[in-house]
Ligand binder design. Structure first.
Ligand code: ZN
Length: 231
């Protein structure tokens, strides 16, 4: 059966065709510019089982994503620890979210749809700052030079490294413990040396972080807790 897919042809890509499932469960194929259609179709057919499995897995995970309510007492994760939220409403103070003394303070009406927006903004700003610092530090020590850094809202992909070595991380990682974040950064940095997940790639990760499997497992087991409703 033919699978509908989105095709991205790239002049920069040399040999490999790669496959991704988007947040909306679309099949996205990236291929070198002149790859014949027949070859792309064959590639998709070969990956059919993987595609079905991945889409199924994604749908299950999306169902499990916790729906936040943005009410006082609800806990939100930051760097692996849960912190309670306190909502107050004071019109003369700027609306928005503040993290202070192990507590989140949100100035907006309780249960208002704005809660989600303010948390999203807060996590994203934290992620910008945290990832650029940590990536600088780790890339310097590993002597690897990444391209640009970008923060995404991806629900399934923790990070990615493009053909041009531009690195992206989802803001949701700000809810994970620092060691897990380091694992994702190291993982993406190692893609500068190799774009696939070959045995050799994992060896490179293991040299830098011998316990990486624990962190990978942690993301698999806990990832579904990190959905901020539907941002
Ligand atoms: Zn990878």
């Amino acid at each position: 059966m033919a699978v509908p897919y989105i095709l991205k042809r790239s002049r920069k890509r040399r040999k490999t065709i790669s496959l991704q499932i988007s947040n909306k469960s679309e099949v996205v194929v990236s291929a070198p510019y002149f790859t014949p259609g027949s070859e792309i179709n064959r590639f998709i057919q070969e990956k059919q089982i993987w595609i079905n499995k991945s889409i199924q897995k994604q749908k299950t995970a999306q169902l499990q994503i916790k729906k936040n309510e943005y009410v006082s007492g609800e806990e939100f994760y930051y760097l692996g620890e849960p912190y309670p939220l306190e909502i107050f409403f004071q019109q003369d103070l700027p609306a928005g979210l503040v993290f202070w003394s192990n507590r989140f303070y949100l100035n907006c009406k309780e249960g208002s749809a704005k809660g989600e927006y303010y948390f999203f903004k807060w996590y994203k700003a934290k992620a910008q700052e945290y990832f650029s610092k940590r990536l600088n530090f780790l890339s310097y020590h590993l002597q690897l030079l990444p391209g640009k850094i970008r923060i995404t809202s991806a629900q399934q992909r923790w990070g990615s490294c493009s053909e041009e070595n531009n690195i992206a991380f989802t803001f949701r990682l700000m809810m994970a413990p620092p060691t897990v974040i380091d694992y994702v950064i190291i993982h993406e940095l190692m893609h500068i040396k190799g774009k696939n997940h070959s045995a050799n790639f994992w060896k490179l990760v293991e040299v830098v972080m011998p316990e990486y499997k624990t962190h990978r497992r942690w993301l698999k087991d806990n990832g579904h807790k990190f959905g901020l409703s539907r941002v």
